[in-house]
Design a protein around this ligand. Structure first.
Ligand code: BG6
Length: 514
């Protein structure tokens, strides 16, 4: 076995160099995600010479759009959203093999036409292509797309060979446990699990990939990473923006489904799981599932482990901004939360008794995603109990974004003749160490989809384990309607209840950046 086989997690690039001739089909090709993320990601992979030498792109959507118009629009989107400058010579090579297919997502005729387009691409290539279907549509049409890919025979192409078809499925993967189980069953009827790539773009972020390295390539942390030394863990995924033009989608979702059930739970799983037996996709995902299954059900009702709130009008970046209920496409009596804070307990020998807090919201004070591991307050020792010594608990802060990096808070002697200490920060920043133009999450994930590496994608049982934790909470909120919904001023750090959730245990949110 070569090193590459044993360590797919760290060797995606070298594996990719010999990638199969591929045709990526984007369902929802005229949508927002394609414009902002998927097309720019493909362009950046082309800049890095990481697309297979034979690469074809087919956009699929309901709207009839001539090929030429789709290509021009793609170039416009790339110019607007790519992290790197647009180079026409590079895009030209992709563009030459780019076409568009319109049709209903539930219309078998559209899939017959798609097959013809694929056949034409294969004729141009002079060989069969691996098919990678990227489902980036509203979730209401996930099911007909998966079924039609199955029935048309496209899903079954090349099974068991290097050209096996693959399907990348965007979030949200279900809206509760039952719908996730159903969607898994639909996917399994049409694809093998080895062909299915459920996306969570947080897993493609460099800082999230680094969590495994931080934890398991730095053995100094392992002896401390447990209930004896860790007081609690805080995970914050805060956004400054409001719902903007996505009100129609967001109001049917809310912060808990949109961010916590997927993105923040993945962060929690990676921080708290046991060391996997290897870096293989299955071993890593086995450990995440084990961890998710050892989380206790959330307490509802009195002393609930959950707080929800909506933003009211306030100031964001110095500008007055409206409250959630007056945003575009939001019903005035909406019971959808734009903020959610939770307290989880993990029942295993490593974490029993250590609270894991997480929160996410729109229109918070600042855009910041971070994981803070708060170690125990020094209770005894040479400096404890003396007011001259300002002793802070040690804290390891992993900043996912922006200003990516890791900080360790230590106590230090203040220089001078007075006996004084103060907390200081030992800090590593990506921008200073590595430069700032690192690949976007979608580049990594599309690349991994093409080479068939599922490490950074969610397995079916994983998504169900997460929904199992969230579904009773979401059901109880649905029954309550707006009763118990708090508000917070846009531009603040969230509602009072979010603070009280920690305050009840003698903790406080580290309002990021402090
Ligand atoms: C998406 C959510 O999954 O993640 C959005 O649907 C959210 O509501 C976005 O804004 C945040 O992603 P990032 O990468 O900007 O933190």
């Amino acid at each position: 076995m070569s090193d590459t086989d044993r360590h797919p997690f760290l060797s995606g690039l070298s594996k990719h160099r010999g990638a199969q001739p591929t045709c990526v089909v984007i369902f929802g090709a005229s949508g927002d995600l394609a414009a902002r993320k998927l097309l720019p990601a493909l362009y950046n992979l082309a800049v890095d010479s990481l697309l297979p030498s034979d690469f074809h792109l087919i956009g699929f959507g309901r709207k009839p759009i001539p090929d030429a118009e789709f290509r021009t629009q793609a170039a416009t989107d790339i110019k607007k959203f790519s992290r790197r400058e647009f180079r026409p010579d590079i895009w030209q090579r992709v563009e030459d093999n780019t076409s568009y297919q319109s049709g209903g997502y539930d219309d078998p005729k559209a899939y017959a036409a798609l097959k013809e387009q694929i056949a034409a691409a294969e004729k141009r290539a002079g060989r069969p292509l691996q098919l990678v279907f990227y489902v980036s549509t509203p979730p209401s049409v996930f099911e007909p797309i998966l079924e039609n890919l199955g029935q048309s025979g496209l899903a079954g192409r090349g099974l068991g060979t290097e050209l096996e078809s693959k399907v990348i499925i965007e979030k949200p993967f279900g809206k509760d446990l039952d719908s996730a189980v159903h969607l898994n069953a639909v996917a399994a009827r049409n694809f093998r699990e080895s062909q299915i790539f459920r996306i969570d773009h947080y897993l493609g972020k460099e800082t999230v990939q680094d969590l495994l390295v931080l934890r398991f390539a730095n053995p100094i942390f392992e002896p401390l990473w447990n209930r004896r030394h860790v007081d609690h863990v805080q995970i914050t995924v805060a956004e400054e923006l409001g719902v903007g033009t996505r009100g129609g989608y967001y109001d049917g979702s809310g912060a808990t489904r949109d961010m916590l059930q997927n993105h923040t739970m993945q962060l929690l799983a990676l921080v708290a799981m046991e060391q996997p037996r290897s870096l293989s996709a299955e071993h890593i995902r086995d450990e995440k599932v084990k961890l998710l299954e050892s989380i206790q059900p959330l307490r509802l009702g009195v002393n609930a482990d959950a707080v929800r709130a909506q933003y009211a009008e306030g100031l964001s970046g110095g500008d007055k901004v409206p409250g959630y209920l007056t945003e575009k496409d939001i019903p005035q009596d909406s019971a959808t939360e734009t903020f959610c804070a939770l307290r989880f307990s993990i029942e295993n020998s490593r974490w029993s008794g250590v609270p894991f807090y997480m929160r996410s919201g729109k229109r918070l004070a600042r855009r910041v995603s971070e994981i803070a591991i708060q170690f125990k307050q020094p209770e005894s020792g040479l400096f404890a109990g003396d007011a001259r010594y300002d002793l802070a608990p040690n804290r390891l802060v992993i900043q996912i974004q922006p200003d990516e990096g890791t900080t360790l808070v230590l106590n230090s002697k203040v220089p001078g003749l007075e006996p004084r200490t103060q907390p200081v920060r030992l800090s590593f920043r990506y921008a200073t160490t590595y430069g700032s133009n690192t690949p976007e999450a979608y580049e990594r994930l599309i690349l991994d989809g093409i080479v068939g590496d599922r490490t950074l994608f969610i397995r079916g049982d994983e998504t169900e384990a997460s929904w199992r934790l969230f579904t009773p909470l979401l059901q109880s909120w649905q029954e309550q309607g707006r009763a118990g919904m708090e508000t917070y001023a846009a531009g603040s750090w969230g509602p009072a209840g979010g603070d009280a959730l920690l305050g009840a245990h003698g903790h406080a949110w580290r309002n990021a950046g402090r």
